[in-house]
Structures are given as structure tokens and as C-alpha cells.
Design a protein around this ligand. Structure first.
Ligand code: SF4
Length: 249
């Protein structure tokens, strides 16, 4: 997962209409096809689920890095240093060598070593289960903290990355400029019982159908629930000028 950029609009001009009330149970039910197909494009989270420490560190590694690279590097890292105790004592040069393929590897090598040291000194080697304590750790922002709560502990939370931010706005469920605003807005409108599957299903949809530059509304199961999809249906088969321009590149 890559984090959304602060202050960047998800796309184009924002609607001034009030946000829509969506039947979130139907939205997630229709997207559950991704689970049925066994599609899960964030392997570093799947491989290390149920180990909050590895979920936390893998999510830090994933910042500004492709999922495949994160998965490869995380596997190598945890083979050598599977616990906070081991990682806190890792030789910095070896850590940098292992992390070299990920973005900002030197900063992350320093950060995860310090993070491990603080887990040992503040929390007895365990990952804290609450947002405030997670945010007090180095390299941990709201998305990483939320991922740790959901994927490490199964605690309801809403990690918002660039896909969730874009989709929530295209659906018309929120009118927000930043992932932080989107998280706050989604917490108000999505029933808490649906928070855990929300991120993985929207991320899958954002990677496979509702692509950043060109949403495939013509094959989207949400088309009749979605604000952007409704506009697509009204327009008919004609492609919008922006799409024509993109295809001509
Ligand atoms: S209908 Fe289009 S814009 Fe809406 S979620 Fe589907 S692909 Fe995205």
C-alpha cells in the first residue's frame, strides 16, 4: 500500500452536493468476490497476519514501496530478525543491506530498529493495542497504526491509503481532501461491524477496477450505487473527453 498525498484531491473537481448515504453492507457484499477469488494483493500483510509486530514493521516498509518488494524484503527481514528483541540488536549495516530494495531504506532501517528498541523498553516487547501508544512510535502514522490494529489484532479501525481515499470520494460517500479527513468521515458513516473488511476490499477494488486514472465503471459491481458510476450510466457508452485523451497517449 502506498500512502495518499496530503492535501491532494482524489481527482478532478469535487462535487458540492452533500455526501451520499451508502448501503455499506451491500457495497462490501458485492466486493467480497475478491475474497472468494483468493485475490489479496497485499501479501506482506497476509503472510504476517496475527503477528502484530511483523504487521507493524511490514506496514512501515510498505510506505512508498511496491507490494511485491515489501513482501520480498519483509520475508528476508523476519527470517533474520523475527522479534522486537532481535531487531533492536540488528547490526545497522546488515539491516540497511536487507532493506535496500524498499524506498527510503536507510531511514526505515534506523526507524524500525528504534521502534523495536522502544517496544522493548516501553511495552516489554509487545505491540500496544491502542492508537495513542502506536502513534508515539517512530515511523508510525495513522494509516500504519490502523493497519496494525486491524491486521495485527483484528480490532475495528479504518486504514485509509490512496485507494480508500479515492474510492470513498468517487462513490460520493465522503467529500474530503486528505486521507485523514476521509478516515474521520468514514468512521461516522460506516457501521463499526464493517470496518475490518473495508480496507482490504476497497484496496482490491482500487487496484483491479476503480483504477486511479481510469475507473472501469463498465465492469464495476458498484456502478448503480456509486455517484461516479451513475454519471457513467447516464452518459451511456460514449467515453468522456478525459478518457479519450488518456487512451490516445
Ligand atoms: S462505478 Fe466507477 S467510479 Fe464507481 S466504484 Fe465503480 S469503477 Fe469506481
Amino acid at each position: 500500500m502506498t500512502p495518499g498525498r496530503r492535501g491532494k484531491r482524489p481527482e478532478g473537481r469535487r462535487s458540492t452536493a452533500p455526501a451520499r448515504r451508502l448501503p455499506w453492507d451491500q457495497v462490501l457484499d458485492r466486493l467480497s468476490v475478491y475474497y472468494q477469488m483468493g485475490l489479496w494483493r497485499v501479501p506482506y500483510l497476509k503472510a504476517h497476519a496475527e503477528d502484530p509486530f511483523q504487521v507493524l514493521v511490514a506496514t512501515v516498509l510498505s510506505q512508498r514501496t511496491r507490494d511485491e518488494t515489501t513482501d520480498r524484503v519483509a520475508a528476508k527481514l523476519f527470517e533474520a530478525y523475527p522479534t522486537p528483541e532481535a531487531l533492536a540488536r540488528a547490526p545497522p549495516a546488515r539491516l540497511r543491506r536487507i532493506l535496500r530494495p524498499v524506498g527510503f531504506y536507510a531511514t526505515k532501517a534506523r526507524g524500525i530498529r528504534e521502534l523495536s528498541r522502544l517496544l522493548m523498553s516501553r511495552h516489554g516487547g509487545a505491540v500496544p493495542r491502542d492508537m495513542e501508544a502506536l502513534l508515539a512510535l517512530p515511523m508510525v502514522g495513522r494509516k500504519t497504526a490502523n493497519c496494525t490494529l486491524v491486521f495485527g489484532f483484528g480490532i475495528p479501525a479504518i486504514p485509509v491509503d490512496t485507494h480508500v481515499h479515492r474510492l470513498a470520494n468517487r462513490l460520493g460517500a465522503v467529500r474530503t481532501r486528505t486521507p485523514e479527513e476521509t478516515e474521520e468521515a468514514l468512521r461516522k458513516v460506516v457501521p463499526e461491524g464493517l470496518w475490518v473488511p473495508l480496507n482490504p476490499l476497497l484496496v482490491q477494488h482500487g487496484q483491479n477496477v476503480c483504477l486511479p486514472r481510469l475507473p472501469h465503471c463498465e465492469r464495476c459491481p458498484l456502478v448503480d450505487l456509486c455517484e461516479t458510476g451513475e454519471a457513467f450510466l447516464e452518459r451511456g457508452p460514449a467515453l468522456p473527453p478525459r478518457t479519450v485523451k488518456l487512451l490516445a497517449r
